[in-house]
Write a protein that binds this ligand. Structure first.
Ligand code: 0WD
Length: 254
């Protein structure tokens, strides 16, 4: 029963119970969806396994998006176990935190490439593998931030990666649309997660959003979770190539 009854999908990028991925997992589970999770490295395994159990989910093992073998192993395991996929949540990003402060112009080539590979290209490599399993159509959702559109202090190279990620959403939407596979992004307002704690002056950004957004507050992972649910469910069946803001409306004033 529920909007997601009979649907099975993968959530990538769960680190702990403050992750945006966790908000989305709870929303999808509440509407009857079956969720598979991957984790990056053994340290996160201990966190992901109990959370997966809480929502009756399945764990498909270690998956580092920079390691092709681990990606193939995970999608291979899903194919073997489930045969098909209905949705994928891509909630993954990384940049050296020493470069998430100060000036963008000082970004190193090495961190630029790494940031782009993990935070942008990985959506495409996930889509390549998901396409094969989305035999009845499907929904792919990634997470982005307003720093893709406007210069945000300290967001630096991650802003460039998110801009490329949002462009990827549009290109992927066209490539996969013929198969009934939709590709969208949620542009979430700032939330204090593990990844966000690496961004310089993050508390100031939170306060700024609270004071200036139309709703005069920041957003929660549960709220972003409900937007993820909408984008994975058939309610959004006519929506693709979209960057949907879940940010208390900040983007209309920022
Ligand atoms: O304010 C925020 N928190 C916002 C986050 C506002 C708007 C967008 N986002 C985005 C992030 O950029 C990211 O794309 O939401 C997505 C999820 O981020 P999150 O929920 O804020 O952060 P977190 O709970 O830390 O999860 C991100 C996870 C990693 O966690 P850590 O903190 O250990 O890096 O991404 C995963 C990892 O689990 N990840 C990887 N997974 C596979 N392979 C890799 C990798 N190479 N690198 C990072």
């Amino acid at each position: 029963q529920g909007l997601m009854a009979g649907k099975r999908g993968l959530i990538m990028g769960l680190a702990n119970n403050r992750s945006i991925a966790w908000g989305i997992a709870k929303s999808i589970h509440s509407q009857g969806g079956l969720i598979g999770f991957t984790y990056q490295g053994d340290a996160l395994r201990k966190r992901v396994e109990p959370l997966a159990a809480e929502v009756g989910g399945q764990v498909f093992g270690h998956c580092d998006v920079t390691d092709k073998q681990s990606m193939d192993d995970c999608f291979g395991a899903i194919e073997k176990e489930w045969g098909s996929l209905d949705f994928v949540i891509h909630a993954i990003a990384f940049s050296d935190k020493d470069e998430l402060t100060g000036r963008y112009v000082d970004t190193s080539e090495e961190n630029f490439s790494k940031t782009m590979l993990i935070s942008c290209y990985s959506l495409t490599s996930v889509a390549q593998r998901a396409e094969k399993l989305m035999t009845n159509g499907g929904s792919i959702v990634t997470l982005t931030y307003y720093g893709a559109e406007k210069v945000m202090p300290h967001y630096n190279v991650m802003g460039i990666a998110k801009a490329a990620l949002e462009a990827s959403v549009r290109y992927l939407a066209v490539d996969l649309g013929g198969k009934g596979i939709r590709v969208n992004a949620i542009s979430a307002g700032p939330i204090k997660t593990l990844a966000a704690s690496g961004i310089g002056d993050f508390r100031y950004i939170l306060k700024w959003n609270e004071y200036n957004s139309p709703l005069k507050r920041t957003v929660t992972t549960d709220e972003v979770g409900d937007v993820g649910l909408y984008l994975c469910s058939d309610l959004s069946r006519s929506v693709t190539g979209e960057v949907h803001h879940a940010d208390s409306g900040y983007h209309v004033v920022g």
